[in-house]
Design a protein around this ligand. Structure first.
Ligand code: GCO
Length: 471
């Protein structure tokens, strides 16, 4: 793109917004829904800031029609949501609960009536507690139960949903749930992390096969990752190797088997102290390596990594580049995360759109011909409302402007990017941070549950209508 040329997006570019079931639905015990691991975790004292939980959240379960009107009013072309497994299959086994499926049928029909493309994610971390009690993702059987669940949802919604994702960020489910313990179920077992990662991969392959057997042939099936943009703190060999380790542990542990059909050798070497990988059975990698129709990439911030000097505090990460004092698995004594200089969001994540271009171009090269979607990108900022209740959020607008510019840059270099889902449609339950961090382009008053579009929603709506970025 030469200077001063408008940054125009293709007319069929899918402009969307994203949410997830536990973060917005509420209705935690209605119509047959049973506790997920996030219900258990959020009700465990000390696990979530302020003791917040998703019992009510944004009450999307009861207000989804209002939310669809909001989306339509903003001119959104797509809505990425996830299905609550324990709402549609309460024990994680056996028959589906029709009232649970009916909610998603009504949601999808409402979206289609408004010309909004539903993008369905089967799993966004809210595992039925009963399956966790039986071992959770470290247990191979959970992968098999996931395939059954996928078939149930596929049979119920396959006639009206064309875009499916098996998982959202399996890294977080495995590493933060079973390693650092900052996410549900809050376990800190190094080998369980690797078993969970593998069984999440295996469940993706099994579920993709199950979906292919019940869905119309032209259905688009993908998966969503939050690959690390892992940058060495210096050019030293030790720091470069630390960046490689994190790339293996956070990204290639998922993308290599899914995209290329084998786990990376360096990962197995790096984790040999923790596991002999005997949980990996013959044929598993071939099962994981199912043909994909699209790849979802979530991006917020890059990571800066160095070798841990002696006595460095062991630092982990929350999956998006910031560091929290929590043990890594397999490399805890080998890497240190640094918070890069620069402006940062309320999450402490440095704002650096170049990482998004880098990520898109990496997978454009690594998986040529595979359509890419940014399935999450956005920022938490300290929102202030004026006397009329309108939130003026120039920081969020600047964040979105910069990152959409990075998307356009990558597309100008050949990346086949088909759409962008802003995180998030609504302020919502931000996991261990509870409701203290607001990512929504629509403000939610969690007392009254009133929705009020922020200035960023109007800005995004104008970008969608124009099909191009303002200068
Ligand atoms: C993730 C999850 C979202 C988060 C968002 C902000 O990417 O971690 O998919 O549920 O809320 O990313 O952290």
């Amino acid at each position: 793109m030469t200077e001063n040329q408008p940054r125009v997006f293709p007319p069929d570019f899918l402009w969307g917004a994203a949410t997830s079931s536990y973060q917005i639905e509420g209705a935690a015990r209605e119509d047959g829904r049973t506790p997920s691991i996030w219900d258990t975790f959020s009700h465990t004292p000390g696990k979530v800031l302020g003791g917040d939980n998703g019992d009510v959240a944004a009450d999307h379960y009861h207000r989804f029609r209002e939310d669809i009107e909001l989306m339509s009013g903003l001119g959104l072309g797509g809505y990425r949501f996830s299905v609550s497994w324990s709402r549609v299959q309460p024990t994680g086994r056996g028959p589906a609960v029709q009232r649970g499926l009916d909610f998603y049928r009504e949601l999808v029909d409402g979206l289609l009536e408004r010309g909004i493309v539903p993008s369905l994610t089967l799993f966004h971390w809210d595992l039925p507690q009963e399956l966790e009690d039986a071992g959770g993702w470290p247990a191979r059987e959970t992968a098999e139960r996931f395939a059954d669940y996928a078939a149930l949802v596929g049979e119920a919604l396959g006639d009206r949903v064309g875009m499916w994702s098996t998982h959202n960020e399996p890294f977080c489910a495995a590493f933060l749930g079973y390693g650092s313990g900052v996410h549900a179920p809050g376990r800190t077992e190094p080998e369980s992390v690797l078993k969970a990662a593998h069984h999440l991969n295996l469940s993706h392959g099994l579920a993709t096969q199950a979906l292919r057997s019940v869905l119309p042939k032209n259905t688009q099936i993908g998966i969503t990752f939050n690959p690390v943009v892992s940058r060495p703190y210096s050019e030293s060999p030790a720091d470069k190797d630390a960046a490689r380790r994190i790339d293996a542990l956070q990204t290639r542990i998922f993308t290599d088997p899914v995209l290329h059909g084998a786990y990376p050798a360096d990962l197995k070497q790096d984790t040999a102290r923790v596991s002999d990988w005997s949980f990996l059975r013959d044929g598993d990698e071939a099962t994981i390596h199912q043909p994909l129709d699209w790849l979802g990439l979530n991006y917020y911030t890059p990571s800066v990594v160095s070798a841990a000097a002696d006595g460095d505090p062991t630092e982990g990460a929350d999956g998006h580049g910031s560091s929290e004092h929590s043990p890594w698995v397999g490399s805890a004594d080998l890497v240190r995360f640094h918070l890069a200089p620069g402006e940062r969001t309320e999450m402490g994540w440095v704002i650096d759109p170049t990482g998004l271009s880098e990520l898109l171009l990496r997978f454009h090269r690594e998986a040529p011909g595979l359509p890419l979607y940014i399935t999450e990108n956005g920022g938490a900022f300290e929102d202030k409302a004026d006397e009329s209740g309108l939130v003026h959020d120039p920081d969020r607008i600047a964040y979105l402007h910069g990152h959409l510019g990075a998307v356009h840059d990558a597309m100008a270099q050949g990346a086949d990017v088909r759409g962008y889902f802003l995180w998030s449609l609504l302020d919502n339950f931000e996991w261990a941070y509870g409701y203290s961090k607001r990512f929504g382009m629509v403000h939610v008053d969690f007392e009254t549950l009133q929705r009020t579009p922020k200035a960023s929603a109007r800005w995004y709506s104008e970008v969608i209508a124009a099909g191009q970025l303002p200068d």
